[in-house]
Design a protein around this ligand. Structure first.
Ligand SMILES: C[S@@+](CC[C@H](N)C(=O)[O-])C[C@H]1O[C@@H](n2cnc3c(N)ncnc32)[C@H](O)[C@@H]1O
Length: 213
């Protein structure tokens, strides 16, 4: 980040709001925008967040999981506890009641960690804000990010419950159509969405996949 970028970042309204509301990053508002529009946290108790550092999505996930425990104590699908796991290459400072692991999520050992933590139970929601290290070449970044997304899809295919939801970050580009079509094979509803809190100059976009088949 240049000095100018850093100055602009600190004046960013979402950055200021995040500081005030105790979120670790302004990205929290992207996830809140996504939930407001798609209700992804509805009855979500078992949640996996891939690419979690510094942890603002984990903070949001925990808030909704706690709320779900109070709200959804009825005869429909519900659980009497929640489990949330966050994974990142980088260190994530602890969050009470949330399991964090430092791992490359593409490593086979990560699948064992998921099975063990969730006791071989299926998950309600998988989030991925994981992003490749950008090279500056838009096309190659777009392709590399798509490859990362297919790895997330592999995890969702194995661990997400039927009717479960998935959110994945992409960088816009020509192959978005391809991955969107692939995701449609596994989810009843697939929608590309740019949250308000995502900066206009950023080409990031989220694919919201609802109701796993
Ligand atoms: C945009 S940040 C996530 C921000 C997070 N959602 C939050 O709100 O605090 C993207 C993260 O993806 C992580 N990441 C990228 N590739 C990864 C991989 N293969 N395994 C684990 N984490 C990865 C990066 O280390 C980075 O911390």
């Amino acid at each position: 980040m240049t000095d100018n970028d850093s100055y602009r970042h600190k004046r960013d309204p979402h950055y200021i709001k995040a500081k005030k509301e105790g979120y670790r990053a302004r990205s929290a508002y992207k996830l809140l925008n996504i939930h407001k529009r798609f209700k992804i946290f509805k009855r979500a108790f078992y949640i996996l967040d891939i690419g979690s550092a510094p942890g603002s999505w984990l903070q949001v996930a925990k808030q909704y999981a706690e709320r779900n425990m109070e709200k959804n104590n009825d005869s429909h699908y519900s659980r009497d506890h929640f489990k949330i796991m966050g994974a990142d290459l980088k260190h994530i400072s602890p969050i009470e009641g949330v399991k964090v692991v430092r791992v490359d999520f593409r490593n086979p050992e990560f699948k064992d960690q998921i099975s063990e933590f969730f006791n071989n139970k299926k998950l309600d929601l998988i989030l991925s804000d994981a992003s490749i290290k950008k090279s500056g070449n838009h096309f190659s970044d777009h392709i590399q990010q798509i490859k990362l997304c297919y790895k997330v899809l592999d995890i969702a295919k194995r661990f997400l419950r039927v009717e479960g939801n998935l959110v994945i970050k992409l960088f816009q580009g020509p192959d978005m159509k391809v991955i969107k079509e692939d995701l449609k094979k596994y989810f009843r509803f697939v929608k590309v969405y740019k949250p308000k809190a995502s900066k206009n100059k950023s080409n990031e976009i989220y694919v919201i996949c609802l109701k796993k088949i």
